[in-house]
Design a protein around this ligand. Structure first.
Ligand code: C2E
Ligand code: MG
Ligand code: MG
Length: 600
């Protein structure tokens, strides 16, 4: 098949092209709708796979152009989008005559399955036809600046447009396109009826951005407006389409979680919002960190109508602000107590460092040419007196929230460096230690000073230290990150990108950072030898990394087949249960002593 890929993201294009070529398709690509239209003419694709959000002309506009052109409308059109898809967008795509709407990850097995279905349908001559847009669709269509296809005379059309626009404006906030307070209250009324009928609870979230006034004053109103619009999109991305996200005024938003929405669900959504907000927003190349405070009221306990629910949720927000912002609270104290388990864990975590309850385990990293151990990754564990052995996933995020990650991270670094020095002195030569850094540590002012001091104090040559960072770390404050990394790099310290493939950054973007190694995330390694597409992605990542002179370590290798595939595709090193689990120091040293290595 001749397939055209339309995406503004270079890496996505490369990965998808490789995957499809691997499946014997002929592939061309374009970076936006405008480019796609000209490629269509030369290449005559038999299938178009397109991203939604693109500069110049987005996926919807492109689909519209093609599906209204009799000579092109027979080409099946498939949308794909970021992990979240608004059901409205899906409906819009279907009404335009798109064959499918696929959610990333790109090029995975499921992705290919859907593409094959579409190809089959195409071969059988089955193709969805575009519908005449309905009322809701037409609003969406206009938002995507596409033409209406109704046959009204110009004047009638103008009138109808004005009327629709009016109805729309009465119910929406023009800046963010979100329902306004009026429509929100309307929907709260409906939701209350439904909650009564089904006897289910309902939650109301009031969201106030932290210190937005300062940001607004600092960057100017125009930029401030764009930030608000971006925040609105983020909020929408956090809930399913049946819930109402609304902008009340200024930097105040509200979310109505349709019934049934119990407390647990509400907490999960609140945490999701806070997490989404903690990611920097990039506008015109500048990063902005905007946090939010969330107040929650519940129906029927906190109030029996929209206005009361709103007022009580607002009151809860004041409490969040008093307690330092960037958090959530229920209006009722009882509800706050129930989510208090976290607080207990927090205080235990705070004491754990002094009580020496943390341990560092070491997982060997093995060279795929020599088969020998060349280093190890330090992985922290918490030996909790009552709860037992806790994995980092259970406490690192909490430690990060509490800022405890800075002293904890320092302790891990010092322990790991001291241990490595001891092993080197014991005669195990050329052992390198990899230590994970969290975002907070990276933002901390004195990171390079701290690392320098620890190295001096433990007497470890900087060339043995490898710091693992994630893609998101480097995105927080690019210029600052580069400065800090260069300082450390000058000392001889090396950097790895951890969990590569799970974040949003592209390899070409990472070029700017002084990196030495790229660690392919477990999720890709897992699919090797089972799933051709994970294989294609892994091969593509290895090739791109080598192109940038980066060494590649595969994480989470569990089987001989995976190992074989990685070696055949020139992956440099591996880490995983197949060779060894993370081990306490005495077990790790036993591996060194018996000179355990990989046999090929
Ligand atoms: P990571 O840096 O990606 O570490 C690799 C994780 O994969 C470890 O999980 C390791 O035990 C696990 N793993 C290794 N080989 C295999 C395998 O073959 N199969 C499977 N299924 N898993 C494998 P762990 O120790 O639970 O650590 C989880 C994450 O916690 C780490 O992911 C890292 O992001 C974070 N972490 C661990 N220690 C520290 C630390 O000292 N500081 C910071 N900031 N984060 C840490
Ligand atoms: Mg790591
Ligand atoms: Mg990793």
């Amino acid at each position: 098949m001749k397939i055209l890929i339309v995406d503004d993201n270079e890496d996505a294009k490369i990965i998808l092209t490789r995957t499809l070529k691997h499946h014997e398709h002929s592939v061309e690509s374009a970076s936006n709708g405008v480019e796609a239209l000209s490629v269509v003419k030369i290449f005559s694709p038999q299938l178009i796979i397109s991203d939604v959000m693109m500069p110049e002309m987005d996926g919807f506009q492109l689909c519209r152009e093609l599906k209204t052109d009799p000579s092109l409308q027979k080409i099946p059109f498939v949308f794909y989008s970021a992990s979240y898809v608004d059901p409205q967008d899906e409906r819009l795509a279907a009404s335009m005559g798109a064959s499918r709407f696929i959610v990333k990850p790109l090029g995975g097995e499921a992705f290919l399955r859907v593409i094959n279905e579409v190809i089959e349908e195409y071969k059988e001559g089955r193709l969805p036809l575009p519908e005449k847009p309905g009322e809701e669709e037409s609003i969406l269509l206009r938002r995507h600046e596409t033409r209406l296809t109704d046959k009204l005379t110009k004047k009638e059309k103008e009138l109808k447009d004005r009327e629709e626009r009016f109805i729309y404006l009465v119910h929406h906030d023009p800046l963010t396109d979100l329902p306004n307070r009026r429509l929100l209250m309307d929907r709260v009324g409906q939701a209350i009826k439904q909650a009564d009928r089904d006897e289910t609870p309902l939650s109301f979230l009031f969201i106030d951005l932290d210190r937005f006034k300062f940001i607004n004053d600092a960057v100017g109103h125009e930029m401030g407006d764009r930030l608000l619009a971006a925040v609105a999109r983020r909020l929408k991305g956090c809930v399913r389409g049946v819930n109402t996200v609304s902008r009340l005024m200024g930097d105040e938003f509200a979310i109505l979680l349709s019934p049934p929405s119990d407390m647990q669900h509400t907490v999960a959504i609140s945490q999701k919002i806070l997490a989404a907000m903690s990611q920097p927003l990039t506008l015109d190349g500048r990063d902005f960190i905007i946090s939010a405070s969330i107040g929650i009221s519940l129906y029927p306990t906190d109030g029996r109508n929209g206005e009361t629910l709103l007022n009580r949720a607002k009151r809860a927000v004041y409490r969040v602000k008093e307690q330092g912002r960037n958090g959530y609270r229920f209006y009722s104290e009882e509800m706050n107590l129930q989510s208090g388990e976290r607080i207990v864990l927090q205080s235990e975590l705070r004491r754990a460092l002094n009580r020496e309850e943390f341990r560092v385990y070491y997982q060997p990293q093995v060279d795929l040419i020599t088969g020998k151990i060349f280093g190890m990754e330090a992985l922290v564990r918490w030996q909790h007196p009552e709860r037992g052995f806790l994995s980092p996933a259970a406490f690192i995020p909490l430690a990060e929230e509490m800022n405890l990650i800075v002293p904890l991270g320092e302790w891990v670094l010092r322990t790991a460096c001291r241990q490595t020095k001891a092993w080197l002195d014991a005669g195990f030569s050329e052992l390198r230690i990899a230590v994970n850094l969290s975002t907070r540590q990276f933002q901390h002012r004195e990171l390079s000073e701290l690392v320098g001091n620890v190295l001096k104090e433990t007497n470890l040559d900087p060339k043995y230290l490898d710091l693992e960072i994630t893609e998101t770390i480097t995105m927080q404050d690019v210029e600052k990150s580069i400065v800090i990394m260069n300082q450390l790099s000058d000392l001889g310290v090396e950097f790895s990108v951890d969990d590569f493939g799970t974040g949003y950054s592209s390899l070409s973007y990472l070029k700017r950072f002084p990196l030495n190694t790229l660690k392919i995330d477990r999720s890709f390694v897992k699919g090797l030898s089972e799933d051709h597409d994970a294989e294609a992605i892994t091969t593509a990542i290895i090739a791109m990394a080598h192109n940038l002179h980066l060494k590649v370590i595969a994480e989470g290798v569990e089987s001989k087949e995976q190992l074989k595939f990685l070696r055949a595709n020139r992956c440099d090193a591996m880490q995983g249960f197949y060779f060894s689990r993370p081990l306490p120091p005495k077990d790790f040293v036993a591996l060194l002593e018996e000179e355990k290595h990989l046999e090929f």
